[in-house]
Design a protein around this ligand. Structure first.
Ligand SMILES: Cc1cc2nc3c(=O)[nH]c(=O)nc-3n(C[C@H](O)[C@H](O)[C@H](O)COP(=O)(O)OP(=O)(O)OC[C@H]3O[C@@H](n4cnc5c(N)ncnc54)[C@H](O)[C@@H]3O)c2cc1C
Length: 403
């Protein structure tokens, strides 16, 4: 009997985990199913570019996983039952759309990512746009295209996504009146050089910055801040963080208050050992005892770690440790520039930065590299696949010998 591995979500982390598992394990021993509602991989780190009017290259999952042994299932996950080890899905493929179905698993990899998070601020859900999902980015793109010269756009949130969105929109549409409402000081987590570069760039692009502006209400034509300021806005873009899907919260899995699955250093659920969780959907402890932040930077190594741990445990071999640490924060500031802020292993800014076109080029390389890793799911690993020990009714040593 094959060991059934079901991977939920074909974003950066689910796709990488599925490909790595396929490369690590013997095809006769496992059946790997990758569940995703859409037929193509979404380059989420470029959604602000999509919103600003650029086209993203289509990346069909079928072509990516052809010949790898991973079966792509077009379906939306509606529930997970970790006691019965089943996943409820409704198909989204053309022929069988909306057909409900139950998938059984022996090992589950949960990688459903995250979406918009408006923190319950009044009016945000109704009036604010977002760039955390492709449909959201496309709606924003249409809305921006309909705006005439001089109309006000406010990006709420001064973090990485807010900076990227505000600069991208301002560069693409210099005729608009773009502003950025940051809850703290502009780039206040960056080094002095990093902050200065961000300041120069946003000034150069004509972005008005409202600092220490905690937005507490959104209306159709404005936002207001906790200290009473009003910023006119025909379009509000909300970027204050990401929230995870409520699916995990509804299971018996141990999750945080926000619904992220709590995992150990091998990305295994601390409550259910046959469940692994990676990427934005999971919370793991990183260097310095701090939780890893929602990002590709930590999500991709999480996926490597989960796949390697699953393969090793199934084969009865020693579980390897994939080092997870940060090296830099890569921030695009429009298409012509950027900032690479180098950081400590636990993500604190150091003095060293790369700026301007070199930084834009570096960031582009990182984005391309992340997508290349997804698009070539089985590249770069040894071709000898391990046998699954319990399927062969043999000892771990025998399984090793068979590898
Ligand atoms: C505009 C923007 C810029 C960013 N820039 C950076 C950056 O420069 N560097 C960086 O490290 N991070 C960046 N991030 C964050 C990064 O994109 C996320 O941390 C990363 O995508 C998380 O990977 P993931 O696999 O967990 O989730 P995702 O990439 O979001 O993938 C989740 C997958 O699950 C699927 N899914 C969702 N719900 C269901 C369901 N019910 N059933 C089945 N499938 C489902 C989705 O369709 C998707 O394919 C950025 C994010 C945004 C929005």
């Amino acid at each position: 009997m094959e060991h059934r591995i079901v991977v939920l979500g074909a974003g950066y982390t689910g796709a990488v985990a599925a490909g790595r598992l396929a490369r690590r394990l013997h095809r006769e021993d496992v059946r790997i199913t990758l569940v995703n509602p859409e037929p193509d991989f979404v380059e989420r780190v470029r959604l602000h570019q999509l919103a600003a009017g650029q086209e993203l290259r289509p990346r069909p999952l079928d072509a990516m996983f052809a010949g790898t042994g991973v079966a792509v299932k077009l379906a939306k996950v509606t529930a997970v039952d970790v006691d019965r080890r089943t996943v409820s899905v409704s198909a989204t493929g053309a022929a069988d759309a909306a057909e409900p179905e139950e998938l059984e698993y022996d090992t589950l990899v949960y990688a459903l990512g995250s979406g918009r998070h408006d923190g319950g601020v009044p009016g945000a859900a109704e009036h604010a746009h977002e760039v955390s999902s492709r449909p959201g980015a496309l709606r924003l793109r249409d809305r921006l295209a309909a705006l005439g010269p001089g109309r006000p756009v406010v990006v709420v949130g001064g973090g990485l996504t807010g900076l990227e969105a505000a600069t991208e929109i301002a560069e693409a549409r210099p005729d608009l009146d773009v502003s950025l409402a940051a809850g703290g000081g502009l780039g206040d987590w960056l080094s002095e050089k990093g902050r200065a570069h961000v300041r120069r760039t946003v000034d150069g692009l004509g972005v008005t910055v409202h600092e220490h502006a905690v937005v507490d209400a959104v209306e159709a034509d404005r936002v207001t801040t906790a200290d009473g300021r009003t910023v006119p806005a025909d379009v509000t873009v909300w970027t204050t963080g990401f929230a995870v899907h409520p699916i995990a919260l509804a299971t018996a899995l141990e999750v945080t208050d926000g619904g992220r699955i709590v995992v150990d250093a091998t990305m295994r659920s601390v409550s259910h050992p046959d469940v692994y969780a990676v990427g934005d959907a999971a919370t793991a402890t990183g260097p310095g005892g701090k939780p890893l932040r929602m990002s590709c930077a930590s999500g991709v190594p999480m996926a490597w770690q989960a796949a390697d741990a699953i393969a090793a445990r199934l084969a009865g071999t020693k579980v390897p440790r994939v080092p997870i640490r940060y090296f830099q924060q890569c921030i695009s500031l429009g298409r012509k520039g950027g900032l690479i802020q180098f950081v400590t292993a636990d993500d604190r800014a150091v003095d060293r930065v790369l700026t301007g076109r070199a930084a834009g080029f570096y960031k582009e390389l990182i984005c391309k590299g992340a997508t290349w890793g997804v698009a070539h799911p089985t590249a770069g690993l040894p071709t000898r696949r391990r046998r699954v020990a319990q399927q062969r009714a043999g000892s771990p040593a025998r399984a090793r010998a068979a590898a």
